[in-house]
Write a protein that binds this ligand. Sequence first.
Ligand code: 5AD
Ligand code: SF4
Length: 468
Amino acid sequence: MRSYFINTIGCQMNIYDSSRMSAMLTALNFREVDSFREADLIIVNTCTIRDKARQKAVSFLGRLASRKRKNPRVIVAVGGCVAQHEGRALIDLFPHIDIVFGTHAVTRLPEFLNLVEDGYGPVVDVGLTDAIDEVPGLIRAGGAVSDFVTIMRGCDNFCTYCVVPHVRGRETSRRPERIIEEIRQLAASGVREVVLLGQNVNSYGNKEGLCSFPRLLAMVNEVAGIERIRFTTSHPKDLSDELIRSYAGLEKLCHHFHLPVQSGSSRILERMNRRYTRERYLERVERLRETAADIAITTDIIVGFPGETPADFEETVSLIQAVEFDGIFAFMYSDRSLAPAAKFPDKIPSAEKNRRLNLLLDLQKGISESKNSALAGQILPVLVEGPSRRSGGSTGSGAGLERQWTGRTSTNKVVNFMLSGSLSPTPTVNAGDMVRVYIEAGFAHSLSGRIVSEENNSMNTGESFHAA
Ligand code: 5AD
Ligand code: SF4
């Protein structure tokens, strides 16, 4: 039996694509191993959203040269966004690469392996012409509580800093019936939570005249066995009232919204080609909170976009203070050669970008800590993911007294919790269970608490128990 190792760098799209590769390789009788040193096939699923991500891929590829020298039969394959952008040039850089396959060629991996094994390597396929992949019946590894489902791919927005439209192609949505079928299969294999993926899920189906995204959510809400629905990513310009209303009607829809703002300055937003203003963004946040008061809102921010003045940056600071996000992902702007902003003047020096980044991270740490510690005393539904890493536990049911477990709230906060405490007998839990957890403390990146059972009414005020 041959073995494979996948190094996945980058976003959930790549995680999803890697899981499709795993499914195909399992069907071909490959087994997954934990180290590239033991693998007959090494795949690097690359990302090029920021320069750092590309560097990570390149440095890993460099390390594979000696592995290939020692065992020339090992196959090295490079997929994802760096592969898409750089194509054959990667082989010039690293002659030990056998396969370069782009973002539209994932499902042809078995074909490429055959070609290489028959001596026709190296193989390069970076066309952006495939119809969106509709691979029926991929059997996933199983055992996951939460899984991703791609509902669309590509992007038509062309934000001036972004490489995605250039390496993932035009926005294309999958048909709703195929999506629902995939989710039914996941539910049957034990998945309890699905995360619907796309670069801009809010515009799902528009181009093709399929159903709207809120309608798709309503369909997913009907799938038996699925208890929670998440989605990412949303574009503020396409966040409709209809989608906001979904929070009033769909009980499985998680109360978390990732809404990348990128900058608090309308001037910079225009230069980024984001097509909304600071005011519009704040208005959308207000509407979301009117409909779902407890909704957690997270965002992405770029600091040091070309031409970002201290005054523009101050507007980002004040926006963070005004919104009080539950979490932010902040990035230093980096030039991507395919994106127009690479040619914009007034680049911000690295040290200044770093200073701005750290300032935002410090600011957000305080906000996250105070928001999370304010949850202490509430009882929240938590979807159990498994024993927490800190407990040293691995699998199985949690009869062990002091074992710590981990899961997430509907608002996507990680909760580490104990089973023991005042309850007798000590309850047992399994990954995939929905339990109620009394929150004892909140930190910048997690909550801690202890499980409560239905009988323990003394701790249950009922008020904070929102739908999962
Ligand atoms: N430089 C820095 N950050 C970027 N992002 C996208 N392109 C760049 C770039 N060139 C960030 C955005 C996006 C997130 C996924 O990555 O904030 O939302
Ligand atoms: Fe990139 Fe903008 Fe498309 Fe998001 S919406 S993938 S940032 S071009």
